[in-house]
Ligand binder design. Sequence first.
Ligand SMILES: Cc1cc2nc3c(=O)[nH]c(=O)nc-3n(C[C@H](O)[C@H](O)[C@H](O)COP(=O)(O)OP(=O)(O)OC[C@H]3O[C@@H](n4cnc5c(N)ncnc54)[C@H](O)[C@@H]3O)c2cc1C
Ligand code: SF4
Length: 489
Amino acid sequence: MGKITGFKEFTRELPSKRSPEERIQDYKEFNTMFAADKLNNQAARCMNCGIPFCHSGCPLGNIIPEFNDAVYKENWEEAYTILSSTNNFPEFTGRICPAPCESSCVLGINKPAVTIEEIEKHIIEIAYSKGLVKPKVPLIRSGKTIAVIGSGPAGLAAAAQLNKAGHLVTVFERDDRAGGLLRYGIPDFKLEKWVVERRIQIMREEGVVFKCNTEVGVHILADELLRDFDAIVLAGGSTMPRNLPAPGRELKGVYYAMQFLKQQNKRVSELEVQGEEILATGKDVIVIGGGDTGSDCVGTSNRQGAKSIIQFELMPVPPASRTESMPWPTYPMILKTTSSHEEGCNRSWSVNTKEFVGDENGNLTGIRIVDVLWETDVFGRPIKFAEVEGSERVLPAQRVFLAMGFLFPQKVGLLEQLGVELDERGNVRAQEGVYQTSVNKVFAAGDMRRGQSLVVWAISEGREAARRVDQFLSGYTSLESKDAESMYA
Ligand SMILES: Cc1cc2nc3c(=O)[nH]c(=O)nc-3n(C[C@H](O)[C@H](O)[C@H](O)COP(=O)(O)OP(=O)(O)OC[C@H]3O[C@@H](n4cnc5c(N)ncnc54)[C@H](O)[C@@H]3O)c2cc1C
Ligand code: SF4
């Protein structure tokens, strides 16, 4: 523990952000870095609790009190060694993790939680600046070959770990760049793409081979991979978006969020945008869906100069603070105001979409909506809704972005060819902790297995699946696990 009285002396502080007016002029990240004394004070707030709940709050099992102590002592090598022992990509999680660790921070019971995510980002960026993050090429190669399908955080984490174990790893990616949703999904203002490319370059230097523009199931068949590789890791993500099949869905102006966001990622990187250009410039924009993806559509629409932006959510407005059904240290489902919301957007809850309205040329002109009233269970959780009589109305809209989540992975191609069993939700069936699918030597990790989730979970699954693959190929594994007991399983 860095400073015994730290949590009494210092309050939680975050680095400043560029103002909303300034930051919507570009797509760059807008959080600044802490000055050295501020970082030191924030690390000093960690109480080094007897039972650090943050450990289990973090899906990676990050060893938080220990790295806070090293930061307080400005021992950067130690801080980096501790952090990188559980997390392959702190530069991603330090920027975009919703930080469930902070929700379970013991200090959070009666004071604001330790700024764990920011400290994590500072450790890795300081480590990069000091030249501590170097490619580590394995000294011995096993001669075993592994195909990882998908280069999102799950595929990258599995590839990094399996390469570290000495296996020969090839990552297949159907997009023209590696990174999955980190590359084409999450906007640059949350995660600039040089951050992703910096890490992929290190992995290349460590010996991981990336084959982009290669869709398994189309450009290379599943059978060929089964023939040519000793093991396969499926990390293709959950890519089928939830539709809103209301009348008028076919109108020009109604798009899935990912059609819109991916194009903007490409523009920022000065890559060619193929097909119809989807822009919010000068338009009345309605975003349907209140999660991360919806919020990213809001931030992107503001940067493109939308005329107005409204975000709708069918569910009722969440509570402002914890309720009895979401006590500490659980991750609370409370009202979240993101940096994109701060930049300007009207938010409405308990709203249902009845129709997309268009003109004679097939262009979207408006959206017919209705307010709904939710019935709740004894815990206050919404169970069913009824329309509020007389609340139906049409709002002007020339762009609607559907951001209502993802259903399951694409089945056509890869999954059909492999014939892997799916679970009741349509994801690849593979038990958590085991990651083996119904097909011999084929493993699955990340959103493709658990359904749409978070970057931190994808990294965690990639790492844990890598251990199972290593065990399968070598009969044992020395790769680290977040679960101390399973280290010896
Ligand atoms: C817009 C948006 C914003 C988000 N923001 C956040 C956030 O702020 N914080 C957070 O924690 N999470 C966020 N998420 C969720 C997070 O991005 C995902 O949970 C995470 O990326 C899942 O990782 P993955 O590796 O399982 O899959 P993905 O990142 O989806 O990667 C899968 C990759 O597999 C490739 N692929 C699929 N099939 C094939 C095939 N047959 N052959 C070759 N390649 C294939 C795909 O092209 C893709 O690149 C966001 C999601 C979206 C959509
Ligand atoms: S990865 Fe996320 S949950 Fe884990 S310590 Fe970092 S911010 Fe917290």
